[in-house]
Design a protein around this ligand. Sequence first.
Ligand code: GLU
Length: 320
Amino acid sequence: MIRFKAIAIASSTALTLSAGAISNAQAAEPIIIGGGSTTGVYYQVALHVCNLVNKHMGKKYNCVGRPALGSVFNINAVKRGLLDFGVAQSDRNSQAWNGEANWKKKGKIKELRSVFSAHPETVLLVARADSGIKSVADLKGKRVNIGNPGSGQRGNAKDVIRIYKLKGLRAQGLQQGQASRSLIDKKIQAFFYTVGNPSAAIEEPANSTAIRLIAINSAAIKKFVSSRPYYVMTTIPANTYKGVGYPVETYAVKATVVTSSKVPAQKVYDVVKTVFEHLDELKKAHKAFRILNPKDMMKGLTAPLHAGAAKYYKERGWMK
Ligand code: GLU
């Protein structure tokens, strides 16, 4: 977190200096959007939303999309004002707003505001083909990455482990970039990752070793999914990843973009307007964004809409 602050200060100093050098020039307002690991899709959201803002909003903003530690980190960093916007799973959005799971002790994040939803994310269990892992039950005794503290997937992995009543798993807490590398290097036999498809975090190991995607679809999982509004069962189509020529059933969430009630309405309005007026450009920026459409992008949000986002949706007649 300290690193974030230092970067924010450093970049605003640079802006002040360059603005001073050009007389009469107005300093661009900084916007920082936090994503996830560089191999995931959140980072692509942060990067490409910022690209659109920097391209289409004149010199009003200097938007920077940064890699970050994932959903839980992003929500907490948005609350603390270290990030203007963060990408977070819809289940975490709901839990933070309601003071559940990671926020049970800390309490509700009252400042949390929704902006829009992005791509769907699947709860993936990726194993080395030579590990003998063919089902969730086979994880017993294996070295398995469940995600770094601060990631969204860590909570999903823990739910799956609990629901399958798995014992004796040697859980690791690596960040995803390292986890993909460790799978290739045989340091772990499997990892959990909740991510949009296709993701470089799975493509990298799939392209250099034989992997298996494991179904997460027991009756107990289906019951759990149907009892939570933010989960749905889904199927990852065959051949989404090299060597995985079969469909895989698991459950899914949505990636949501969140902010704080303290971020000015104009800033949020400008970002939202830019995204929706140039949605075609965003859709072309990454394969996971191809299915984005305004109707779905207003679903899966638990925390109330930020006033700046609501203003734009009302103007478009998308809400009353
Ligand atoms: N869903 C993951 C998380 O919440 C991040 C996935 C990504 O970076 O695309 O931490």
